[in-house]
Design a protein around this ligand. Structure first.
Ligand code: NAD
Length: 361
């Protein structure tokens, strides 16, 4: 099969980690008989330098014409003094909006080999941890009406949380479809004891659940969900929630996995189209040092194979290769936990990590 991928290397460590991910993808193509074609796309700080804007129209057009997008990271110190609407990060919002990416998937996967990186007690995460937060990305309070007004008590400000049935239905469907490919359990997180928007959220999620009789559904209030992620994260398979609750919960859940250098993400549109990127930023402090961990980007490519191209076996091959490299005790500096006993693990850099993972496919 042939797949066309728009590649946005971006800034800082972006191009370095993307190069390793493409190396891995090429090896997957070779082994499984697929052709992956890449079109490089200009976006972020490098686009500001080259053409004066973070997301040129042509870049968005190329992304739309491809089957999926792989993004490194954008931003950096060089552009920090620019006004908000001219900064490199504006490219991210432009891509999310322009590509109609409404579902953000953030897995929190703790590899056994990195169990020591988890801040929770060993018995809580014993046997591994594998959950995914499905966050609604284009609605809710972040996009609702906002403003300020004068009141008897001085100036007041408001942001309105608003969700339509259709918006809730489509994100719930993403969560249930995902659960069908995983542990067949969905936890919907809301604040239905207080918020009307949450009451609608809950009723629509329950209606969608009727189409998935094999999937177990439960509901948690967001305050309880936070407690449960720390107390017993293994109870979760797929968590589905609104834009703001998902923003907070996904960061919380990701921390149980240790380094930001291990965390992939996906943002999906209707159909199979998606944009895949590591959770981390451009890490200007690491750019050019060869020390960045490329695994988050490599695992993002595995998500692309699984969710946009329906290539589960190929995605498994990448995830298993990452596990093998960790099991063989190779570590980039961010996951080199045993500093007191440097002989216990072998320190590697960005390129070596990419080469080792490629060799294990
Ligand atoms: P960051 O994620 O770039 O870095 C945070 C810390 O994590 C740093 O100490 C960094 O060295 C470390 N780190 C990040 N990625 C790593 C990796 N792959 N391996 C090892 N260590 C890694 O976040 P920041 O410092 O807040 O932001 C830096 C720039 O990136 C800013 O301009 C910010 O706006 C931008 N940013 C972009 C994105 C994106 O493109 N999606 C996301 C977040 C931040």
């Amino acid at each position: 099969m042939k797949y066309n991928i728009a590649v946005v290397p971006g800034d800082g460590i972006g191009p370095e980690v993307v190069a390793e991910a493409l190396k891995v993808l090429d090896r997957v193509g070779e082994k499984f008989g697929h052709e992956f074609n890449y079109t490089k796309v200009l976006a972020g700080g490098c686009a500001i330098d080259e053409v004066g804007e973070p997301l040129p129209e042509e870049s968005l057009k190329i992304c739309k014409e491809n089957d999926a997008v792989l993004l490194g990271a954008v931003g950096g110190w060089k552009w920090d003094d620019l006004p908000g609407d001219q900064r490199p990060e504006k490219a991210l919002l432009g891509l999310r909006k322009g590509l109609a990416l409404f579902a953000n998937l953030r897995p929190a996967l703790l590899f056994d080999e990195l169990a020591d990186a988890c801040p929770l007690k060993k018995e809580i995460v014993d046997g591994g941890l594998d959950l995914v937060v499905v966050r609604e990305l284009t609605g809710g309070i972040y996009f609702g009406e906002k403003g300020r007004k004068q009141t008897d008590m001085g100036e007041a400000a408001y942001d309105i949380e608003i969700y339509s049935e259709e918006e809730i239905e489509r994100i719930a469907e993403v969560a249930f479809d995902m659960a069908m490919k995983r542990g067949k359990k969905v936890t919907s997180v809301d604040k239905a004891n207080v918020l009307e928007s949450s009451r609608l959220w809950r009723s629509v999620v329950m209606k969608v659940a009727e189409k998935y009789p094999e999937v177990e559904l439960n509901h948690l209030y967001v305050d309880n969900a936070v407690m449960q992620i720390i107390r017993d994260p293994k109870q979760f398979d797929v968590i589905v929630t609104s834009n703001m609750f998902g923003d907070i919960l996904s960061d919380g859940a990701s921390q149980v996995t240790g380094s930001i250098g291990m965390l992939p993400s996906a943002s999906l549109a209707k159909g199979n189209f998606g944009m895949y990127e590591p959770v981390h930023g451009s890490a200007p402090d690491l750019a050019g040092t060869g020390k960045a961990n490329p695994m988050a980007t490599i695992l993002s490519v595995a998500m692309m194979l699984r969710y946009s191209f329906d290539l589960s076996e190929e995605a498994d091959a990448i995830e298993n290769a990452v596990k093998k490299v960790l099991a063989d005790k190779y570590r980039t500096p961010d996951i080199m936990l045993n500093e007191k006993d440097p002989d216990a693990c072998k320190l590697i850099g960005t390129k070596e990590a990419g080469d080792l993972i490629t060799a294990n496919i």
